[in-house]
Design a protein around this ligand. Structure first.
Ligand SMILES: [Zn+2]
Length: 426
């Protein structure tokens, strides 16, 4: 085993304004799957001159996508026609999640789910499992086989849900402790404390989620916040002492720089300020928000308020595993609020920005030396529409812009996880 080299048009996004592009670029990868060097081929240090080369020619070589909010048990229920969030949960989501009590079902689903991520160029994710321990065991065991960075947790849910997906506050705490001991820190796996949202948790369950976070201050906590107006009204009734929805989580110690809040569409200025002050992460899920009619997230206002924002699919409320489709929808939703995000900002969000939200940016998200070689190879002319569109592209910015609007999994030629090719088109 020795070092090897991947060549192509090497592109990554060190910040929201910058496209780092080497038309003839190279990435040197160690046998362990770490990036040793990346840059323009003509600047390749002499000691790497004779390595084995995987040459992708004119194809684009980019960091793997990172999906910071996705539901593993919803892997096959995209496009379920709910009236709104709460109707969609009750009619479609809970019955499907109940199947994950069965270990065989969970393992079969994990293989499909993770294969779908890789086929869409997603190499890392933060995932909600079902309320069953079996779902977490299945996802982590298959993710470890694939060598993926996977953050996931058992959904804590003791209220307002059917018996077969509901736990108790104490059971959810005990299960979480068991799963943390079993999985957290193994390979590239991290446990996430995962109360579904305030509607499906008792005060005692949220208190215990806060205890778990206090005992594990570097651990990701993931939940939902302010997605839909009926949800907000329900939460206000369930937690009458709270100032607002954000204050429900705040009062149980659940805000902070390892906390991920899906959606955050209808936040007040006070809530935005508190989330920014605590460095909590808001995860924008545009295809889900438009599909369920939840509302239009104001990306620019969130940034102006100082909030750190990630970008995610929210499969299966979201309508695509593709981060291209997600970026395209984020662009449209931002345009409707009068903000035109540059393509560098959206691609940064989908890669290094999401890594920053998950606090994994020291190990993935860009091609800096020392990171894992999580790499995707893209064909910007994968479809007829893209091929004709590329005839008009004059520079890399325009090529990338057309990709976020037109591309999907058909543009993914190969996906490497820690230097190993785990997916190839065709
Ligand atoms: Zn979600």
């Amino acid at each position: 085993m020795s070092n090897f080299m991947i060549k192509g048009q090497v592109i990554d996004f060190p910040d929201a304004q910058t496209i780092r592009h080497h038309k003839k670029g190279a990435i040197v990868v160690s046998p362990q799957g770490k990036i040793i060097w990346s840059g323009a081929s003509r600047k390749l240090p002499k000691q790497h001159a004779k390595l084995n080369v995987l040459d992708h020619g004119e194809k684009l070589v980019m960091p793997g996508f990172i999906d910071p909010h996705i539901h593993f048990p919803q892997y096959r229920m995209l496009a379920a026609p709910g009236k709104d969030l709460l109707d969609w949960l009750n009619r479609f989501t809970f019955p499907e999640e109940a199947l994950f009590k069965n270990e065989d079902h969970a393992v079969r689903a994990a293989k499909i789910f993770l294969s779908m991520l890789l086929a869409n160029g997603t190499t890392s994710a933060s995932a909600f499992c079902s309320s069953h321990v079996q779902s977490v065991d299945a996802l982590f065991s298959i993710a470890a086989q694939f060598g993926m960075c996977m953050i996931a947790g058992k959904t804590m849910m003791d209220s307002n849900a059917p018996d077969d997906v509901r736990d108790t506050a104490q059971q959810s705490y005990d299960d979480s402790v068991t799963l943390i001991e079993r999985w957290h820190g193994n390979d590239r796996l991290q446990y996430a404390i995962t109360p579904r949202f305030a509607v499906t948790s008792s005060p005692e369950q949220l208190r215990l989620a806060g205890v778990l976070l206090k005992d594990n201050p570097d651990m990701i906590m993931q939940t939902h916040l302010s997605e839909n107006h009926d949800e907000i009204t329900t939460v206000a009734k369930q937690f009458p002492q709270a100032r607002d929805y954000t204050d429900v989580y705040d009062s149980f110690g659940l805000l902070g720089k390892t906390s991920l809040f899906g959606h955050g569409i209808h936040l007040s200025q006070d809530e935005k300020a508190r989330l920014a002050e605590t460095q909590s992460r808001i995860i924008h899920c545009p295809t889900s928000n438009t599909f369920l009619g939840s509302g239009l997230f104001d990306l620019n206002a969130a940034k102006t308020a100082g909030m750190k924002v990630g970008l995610a699919t929210d499969v299966g409320g979201g309508t695509s595993y593709s981060m291209f489709k997600t970026m395209g929808e984020a662009y449209k939703v931002a345009m409707l609020s009068g903000y035109k995000p540059p393509v560098s900002e959206l691609l940064h969000m989908a890669t290094l920005g999401n890594a920053q939200c998950l606090n994994i940016d020291e190990s993935t998200g860009s091609f800096d030396e020392g990171k894992w070689a999580d790499i995707i190879v893209l064909d910007p002319q994968a479809t007829h529409t893209q091929r004709f569109r590329q005839q008009l592209s004059t520079d890399i910015t325009d090529t990338l812009f057309s990709l976020i609007t037109l591309a999907d999994d058909r543009s993914i030629m190969a996906t490497y996880v820690a230097g190993k090719r785990k997916y190839r088109a065709g």
